[in-house]
Structures are given as structure tokens and as C-alpha cells.
Write a protein that binds this ligand. Structure first.
Ligand SMILES: Nc1ncnc2c1ncn2[C@@H]1O[C@H](COP(=O)(O)OP(=O)(O)OP(=O)(O)O)[C@@H](O)[C@H]1O
Ligand SMILES: [Mg+2]
Length: 211
């Protein structure tokens, strides 16, 4: 179970997130919906430590952790960001194996072995040597998912994972998320796409912009 309790975040004195709490049981997918500007990406950035929350607590299976602490975050929580965030100057394989070597201290051989397995699972075999600009939107989306999974996170957050996809590819990504619902993984999905939310969500919460 992942729990975030009473998370608050201000930017320049404007309260974006106020005492927001959520929980995701093991093997469940929580969808977060809400209007543009409501603070959904900010919330995911706080959960994954890219922003520091002003207050609030985070627990994985009743153990408190701090997402902004690199050691706590390692293999705990990963983010597939809205713009994929792939390194344009690295190939698919290089994108996937970089962080496992730097952060998890895997050898290059171990990182490649793990990457190959995930690349196969997400139907990207044959794309290893291509650069991001040589991929379609859906392929980039899946590389971003592979890159996050290569860090073996227990909690995976996705920011608008279907925004670059047609309905068929959205359904494919939905299937992938549903397949990941094992090994006690918890997933949090921010989306505007209600069909996608219906396909994957075990629970849906709505965020509203604060006055
Ligand atoms: N680093 C920042 N500095 C200042 N303000 C910020 C920063 N990041 C986000 N904001 C503001 O916080 C608010 C919420 O932004 P956020 O990106 O979280 O919204 P969102 O719900 O993800 O919207 P969308 O659905 O359009 O992606 C916006 O008003 C935005 O301008
Ligand atoms: Mg957003």
C-alpha cells in the first residue's frame, strides 16, 4: 500500500495543492482526473520527488519515505512524464540502461539483460539502436515506460500516458498497465482520457483547482 497524507504545495504564495491525501493498495491502479491547471502534474512531481512538497508524509507499506531523498526513492517510485523526457542524443537502449547503471549500480551487462527483457515485453524489439526522433509517439511512450520499469519501482506514476496516442494505442498501453498489476506494484495515472480511465482504474479521484 502506498499512502500520501496531507500533501501541500505552493508556488509563489499561490496554493496549488492543499492537504491532499491518496492511497493505492498493492496491485491497484488509481486514476487522477481534473481540469487543466488543477495541479495534477505538480502532485505527481511531489510524489516522485521532482518537487519538494511543502508538507505531507509518504508511506510505502507503513514505512515512511522521502521521495526527494535519492536513496529512499531508488527502486521505490518512478515517473513516466507527460513529455516522455527521453534523452534525444541517446538510443533507445542507451536511454533505458543509463539510470540502472548510475543509480542502481548494475553492470552494463546486467542493465542490458534487464532492458532487453522489458523491450521485448513492451513490443519494442528491433528499436534498440534508434534515437527518439526515429520513433512514433506510441513507441516513445513505450520506451518511456520501459525506462521507468528498468529502475524496478514499486510505485509507478504516469502523467497523461495516452495524450500522444490514438485510441488503439491507448488501449495497448492500458493493457500494459493492467499486465503490470502484479508483484505488489502500485500505479497512479493522471489522465484526461475517461475511456482510458475506465479501462485501467480500480479507483478514480478528482482534483479541483483551489480558489
Ligand atoms: N515550477 C512552477 N512554478 C510556478 N508555478 C507552477 C510551477 N509548476 C506548476 N505551476 C503552476 O501550478 C498550477 C498547476 O500546474 P500543473 O502543471 O500541476 O497542472 P495540471 O493539472 O497538470 O494541468 P494539465 O492538465 O494542463 O497538465 C498551474 O497554475 C501552474 O502554472
Ligand atoms: Mg499536467
Amino acid at each position: 500500500m502506498f499512502r500520501a497524507i496531507n500533501i501541500s504545495k505552493k508556488f509563489n504564495d499561490k496554493q496549488i495543492i492543499g492537504n491532499f491525501s491518496l492511497e493505492v493498495p498493492n496491485n491497484k491502479i488509481l486514476c487522477i482526473v481534473g481540469p487543466s491547471g488543477a495541479g495534477k502534474s505538480t502532485l505527481l512531481r511531489c510524489l516522485t520527488g521532482l518537487e519538494s512538497a511543502d508538507s505531507g508524509e509518504f508511506y510505502l507499506n507503513n514505512n515512511k519515505f522521502n521521495p526527494t531523498n535519492a536513496n529512499d526513492k531508488k527502486s521505490t517510485i518512478g515517473l513516466v512524464s507527460q513529455d516522455f523526457g527521453l534523452f534525444p542524443n541517446l538510443t533507445v537502449m542507451e536511454n533505458v540502461i543509463l539510470a540502472p547503471q548510475l543509480v542502481l549500480k548494475l553492470s552494463k551487462e546486467e542493465a542490458i539483460k534487464k532492458a532487453k527483457k522489458l523491450i521485448r515485453t513492451l513490443n519494442l524489439s528491433g528499436k534498440e539502436k534508434l534515437y527518439p526522433y526515429q520513433l512514433s509517439g506510441g513507441q516513445k511512450q513505450r520506451v518511456a515506460i520501459v525506462r521507468t520499469l528498468a529502475m524496478s519501482p514499486k510505485i509507478i506514476c504516469y502523467d497523461e500516458p495516452t495524450s500522444a496516442l490514438d485510441p488503439k494505442l491507448s488501449e495497448e498501453v492500458g493493457k500494459i498497465l493492467n499486465q503490470l498489476k502484479s508483484n505488489n506494484i502500485m500505479q497512479i495515472v493522471v489522465t484526461h482520457d475517461m475511456d482510458f480511465a475506465k479501462q485501467v482504474a480500480d479507483d478514480i479521484i478528482t482534483v479541483k483547482p483551489l480558489p
